[in-house]
Structures are given as structure tokens and as C-alpha cells.
Design a protein. Structure first.
Length: 341
């Protein structure tokens, strides 16, 4: 049996090695592992590729909406319309995603109701969670919209929609920004010293009905995109809270490290690593030693480089191989080597 563990953000080195937490199970795995560094890949296209989708224009919004707890209509075209904060830094307009905005459920409900009243001719806005919003449309939008993860913390002007009918969507974004700027919810947030919700990032449009094939019969995932992929591919699903030995090959997407790495939050990244050590690395190490798993593959797609680690159960007889700390592995990353020739 093979188990594939996907850990976006694992390849991000948070500070000096002295600050790394103790991770004995991961160090033991790395001591018996082979690894390779690969080109940068964002988590969404990497995951889509594992489910057999290779197009540059993929329906991330529809897949993510399908993975939400509340059901959605299959005959609807979807756009992600995620709440963001926009601010000027020198001459650039910088976007911050909802991960640091702490949007409350009542705030999201109030804003969604107002958006639906004001922009009823466009489509229907929904917010299954306070930080993930959608726009349901009768027809598929034509432009290519850059994923939110690509834009977060970067100048917005570098990621404007491309292709056909872009003027319409640029106008809609501007109108929504003006409407949000004047809304009482944002006046209250500003008075309380909070960042305002002064924009939405539209992204994720794509064709319907693309065929999917699951990478394993059983998938563990908590993120809506991966849950949507697994659901539409016909795989069985369970939460990604801890390693659950499957009957056959297994695939798990654990997203605890991704946002801390994206937001450069070293403390949260280290805390997430300690949680993964307890809930994943330790039981996976035990399963390999007991040969309940034949091979463990760990993949860490990232925006600077991607990492792939392979551990074979048959290699644990090599008692002379010593544990390898994660910091030592991360020091071999192409970027780290360029900084420390």
C-alpha cells in the first residue's frame, strides 16, 4: 500500500535551525528518505493535476464550492468572490486575503445581503463561510482570473484579468469596491481599528464537466477545493485531522502549514509542524516500520520551489542511517543554496 501526504508550506524555512521544534518522527523519516526539489507550483494546480486536470483554465470556483459543507447547484457557473483588504504601499495597490481579516459571520451575512440587493442583475452572492465568498452566474465568465493565492501580498496591477470581456469584470470589481467602502460594516471595523473589507477578488472560472480521476480510492482532506475534487472524482472522503490507515492506497491533503507560510507567520508554522508530527509523521513512521505501508510519498508544492520526499518501508533495516532534521533538508533548497553559496 502506498500513502501520499500533501503538505503545502513544508518547504518554507521559518527562521534559523535553532528555532525549529523537535520533530523526531519526521527526522527519522527524512533519514531514510530520498528527496528532490522541483519547480514552483501553486497548491491548486498541483492538486488538480493529481486528479487528472492539466488545463491552464480550471474551474477552481466550482470545485471549491462543491467541497463546501452547504450543497450547491450543479448547473451553475461559479466565481470565487473572496473578501480582501486593499491598501496602497508607495505607488502599488497591495491585496491581503481574508486570512488576517477575522471576518465575522454577521458581517459576512450583512455584506452578502447588500451585494445581492445592489448587484442582483449580475448573479447571486453566497458565503458558506465568512472568508470564502462566491458569485453564482448563469454563464461562464470568459476572462482568465489569477488565483487569490498568487496575488496575496503582491501588487494587484500585476494580476489583472486577461482575455475576453475584461472591461465588464473590471468595472464590476470597481463598483463593488466603492459600495464596500461606503458600507456601515466597514465604518464599524475602521472605528474598531480593524482592517476593512474593501474589495472582493474574483477568480476560479472554468468550464463545467471536466473528467476527474482520483489519485487513490480514499482521500483525506479538509480544504474545499480538495474535497470538491475528491467528491467529483468519486473517491471516499474523511477529515484530514490525523492519519487514518486506509484499506488500500491513500491520499491526504493537510493544509495546516500553507497559510502560515503564505503569511510568513513563523510561530504558527512551527506550531502546525508540531501538530503534524503528532498526528501524521509519528503514526506514518510506525506504519512504515510495521510494513502496513509499503511506500510513503510526501509532496510540498510551493510558490518558490516544490519538494518531493519518498520513503520505502524496506529501507528501515539500514540501521546506520541517522535522523535528518528538517532544517538540514530545507538548507538544500535551490533558493537557500543561492543565498549561501
Amino acid at each position: 500500500m502506498q500513502f501520499h501526504l500533501v503538505l503545502p508550506g513544508l518547504g518554507w524555512a521559518a527562521g534559523p535551525s535553532a528555532a525549529q521544534p523537535e520533530l523526531p518522527a519526521l527526522a527519522a523519516l527524512l533519514g531514510h528518505a530520498q528527496h528532490r526539489w522541483l519547480p514552483a507550483t501553486a497548491p491548486e494546480p498541483w492538486l488538480a493535476g493529481r486528479f487528472g486536470l492539466a488545463s491552464t483554465r480550471l474551474p477552481y470556483a466550482a470545485l471549491r464550492r462543491a467541497g463546501e459543507a452547504t450543497p450547491s447547484r450543479a448547473d451553475t457557473h461559479w466565481l470565487c468572490a473572496d473578501p480582501v483588504h486593499l491598501r496602497f504601499a508607495r505607488e502599488h495597490l497591495i491585496l491581503t486575503d481574508a486570512g488576517t481579516l477575522a471576518v465575522r459571520r454577521d458581517e459576512a451575512d450583512t455584506l452578502i445581503a447588500g451585494l445581492n440587493e445592489t448587484f442582483a442583475d449580475i448573479g447571486r452572492f453566497e458565503a458558506p463561510t465568512p472568508e470564502r465568498w462566491y458569485l453564482a452566474l448563469a454563464d461562464e465568465p470568459q476572462p482568465f482570473f489569477h488565483p487569490l493565492a498568487d496575488v496575496n501580498g503582491r501588487p494587484v496591477q500585476l494580476f489583472m484579468p486577461e482575455g475576453n470581456d475584461i472591461a465588464r469584470w473590471a468595472r464590476l470589481s470597481n463598483e463593488i469596491e466603492v459600495w464596500l467602502y461606503n458600507h456601515p460594516v466597514n465604518a464599524a471595523r475602521e472605528a474598531a481599528g480593524q482592517r476593512t473589507i474593501n474589495g472582493v477578488w474574483l477568480w476560479g472560472a472554468g468550464p463545467q464537466g471536466m473528467p476527474l480521476k482520483a489519485p487513490a480510492p480514499h482521500v483525506q482532506a479538509d480544504t474545499p477545493v480538495t474535497r470538491g475534487l475528491a467528491h467529483q472524482a468519486g473517491a471516499s472522503l474523511s477529515p484530514a485531522d490525523r492519519f487514518r490507515p486506509p484499506a488500500g492506497d491513500g491520499f491526504a491533503h493537510v493544509d495546516h502549514l500553507h497559510l502560515p507560510a503564505l503569511h510568513h507567520d513563523a510561530d504558527a508554522w512551527r506550531a502546525a509542524l508540531e501538530r503534524i508530527e503528532r498526528d501524521w509523521f509519528a503514526p506514518l513512521l510506525a506504519a512504515l516500520k510495521a510494513k502496513r505501508i509499503r511506500r510513503l510519498l510526501i509532496s510540498a508544492p510551493g510558490d518558490k520551489h516544490s519538494l518531493e520526499i519518498s520513503v520505502e518501508a524496506g529501507g528501515f533495516w539500514k540501521f546506520w542511517r541517522k535522523p535528518r532534521p528538517l532544517a538540514a533538508l530545507l538548507a538544500t533548497a535551490p533558493q537557500a543554496q543561492a543565498q549561501n553559496p
